[in-house]
Write a protein that binds this ligand. Structure first.
Ligand SMILES: [Zn+2]
Ligand SMILES: [Zn+2]
Length: 125
């Protein structure tokens, strides 16, 4: 299903038509509103790999979707991800920070912050 972003209430949603369920914005009903609901390109999250700066080269939501697959776009920046399924993945959540948004440390150094989140699992050694 196509992915849309509503600028009326700033949500992203999947739907057959550009009509926002959250606030009722219907981009096709009024020409004035046609830019209020825009179709998004699905951008998958490329999870950070073991080497800094190098991703795993596949989508976080489905490892069978490889980097370079036709009609698929990828990013290693959580803020740029639009794929709803990638946003549900654990690797995305770890990279995106626990507060619901990327931490300042992550924005400054994307790969290191993602690694730090993983090494915290060692139990305090
Ligand atoms: Zn809306
Ligand atoms: Zn995805």
């Amino acid at each position: 299903m196509p992915l849309y972003r509503c600028y009326g209430c700033r949500t992203e949603f999947e739907a057959a038509k550009p009509v926002c369920e959250a606030c009722g914005m219907d981009a096709s009903a009024n020409p004035r509103d046609k830019d209020m609901v825009v179709r998004l390109t699905v951008i998958h999250f490329d999870p950070p790999g073991r080497r800094p700066g190098v991703g795993l080269n596949h989508a976080a939501c489905d490892a069978s979707i490889k980097l370079g697959a036709p009609k698929c776009q990828f990013t290693s920046e959580p803020v740029a991800v639009t794929c709803p399924k990638c946003k549900e993945s654990d690797v995305y959540k770890a990279a995106d920070g626990e507060s619901g948004g990327p931490s300042e440390a992550f924005l400054a150094k994307p790969v290191r912050a993602a690694k730090a989140a993983k090494t915290n699992d060692c139990g305090g050694c």
